[in-house]
Design a protein around this ligand. Structure first.
Ligand code: PXP
Length: 238
């Protein structure tokens, strides 16, 4: 079954808006797990406008499921991940000022860079995943970087889903078949929500994990965090 990793960056964004400790990010991480999430994802950015580096250090000892840290492998990010040693690191090619991740890796032009950083993570027993679009060449080349998994960047799927879901899913199914063929595990994320998640999970062969933040935390305003997590888990089960 596909695992649900909840990205708690939005909780930190809300907290940071007031400067205190409400809502409590650590409590939210613990509660997400208590309510059924099978993993916690954080994406510390260099300006710490969402999750702070200190949050990442604090979360590690309090959670019991999979910890996934996403980000661009800058020196400070690498130092943090190597200190924390999460189960998984997901590498994204973000420049520091982007609002949210907006592209997958060019695994051809960045092959040697990725190989070097992935080698460092693997030496420390950390599973690695690279954020990627559906381009076959980029997926095939991801193998050469040594990555264990790819995370399919699902923004285009989510955008096209309301108009034509068969067309929206097609490149992702093809990409997943290539990843399966070359032995890369498959994760996915970005703009997945209660409308589009089930169809995605039903059509992607061997989808190991989805990481979901924005829509899930927004839904929690209406349904509450516990119900919301249960609703997302149900999309992955049915
Ligand atoms: N995967 C990656 C690499 C991301 O950067 C993000 C957003 O931080 C997500 C997944 C989750 O996307 P969303 O917040 O739209 O669910």
């Amino acid at each position: 079954m596909t695992r649900l990793s909840v990205n708690i960056n939005k909780i930190a964004t809300l907290r940071n808006a007031r400067g205190g400790n409400v809502p409590d990010v650590l409590k939210a991480a613990i509660d997400c797990e208590r309510f059924g999430a099978q993993g916690i994802t954080v994406h510390p950015r260099p300006d710490e406008r969402h999750i702070r580096y200190q949050d990442v250090l604090n979360i590690l000892p309090v959670i019991t499921t999979e910890f996934n840290i996403e980000g661009y492998p800058s020196k400070s990010f690498m130092d943090l991940v190597l200190k924390v040693k999460p189960h998984q690191v997901t590498l994204v090619p973000d420049s520091p000022d982007v609002l949210t991740s907006n592209a997958g890796w060019d695994t051809v032009n960045n092959e040697s860079f990725l190989k070097e950083v992935i080698g460092e993570f693997k030496k420390n027993g950390i599973r690695t995943s690279v954020f990627i679009e559906t381009d076959e060449k980029m997926i095939r080349n991801a193998v050469k970087t040594g990555a264990d998994r790819v995370e399919l960047y699902t923004e285009k799927y989510a955008r096209d889903f309301p108009n034509n879901r068969e067309k929206a899913i097609r490149p992702f199914v093809e990409a997943a078949m290539v990843a399966n063929e070359v032995g890369l595990g498959i994760n996915a994320g970005h703009d997945l929500d209660l409308n589009n998640l089930k169809y995605f999970a039903q059509h992607i062969p061997q989808l190991l994990e989805v990481s979901i933040g924005h829509a899930l935390i927004s839904d929690a305003l209406y349904f509450g965090l516990e119900n919301t997590i249960q609703l997302y888990l149900r999309q992955l089960k049915d």
